[in-house]
Design a protein. Structure first.
Length: 89
């Protein structure tokens, strides 16, 4: 998928994120995720195992994700959508 909503949901649940190494995710998540080659089941498995076994990395990713989620809120989302709608009209 190419939407960051699933990443936001994981961050808000204090879950470390492993996701496809695609531009939209790299731009959105930055250093808050482990990236894997979406065409390689081996790489996907290895990166998920790394995220599960490396406790220090897990703690770091959880902390970064919780910090990242603070940048977003439903109020801000609604406000930005209304701004765009008003500018369009």
């Amino acid at each position: 998928e190419g939407s960051a909503l699933s990443l936001l949901e994981a961050f808000s649940c204090a879950t470390p994120v492993a996701c496809s190494d695609i531009p939209v995710f790299k731009e959105f998540a930055g250093d808050t995720a482990i990236y894997f080659d979406p065409t390689s089941s081996t790489d996907i498995g290895e990166k998920i195992k790394t995220g599960l076994k490396d406790e220090e990395l897990r703690r770091k990713l959880i902390a970064l994700g919780l910090r990242k989620i603070q940048q977003y809120s439903w109020e801000k989302t609604i406000s930005e959508h209304l701004r765009v709608f008003r500018e369009t009209i």
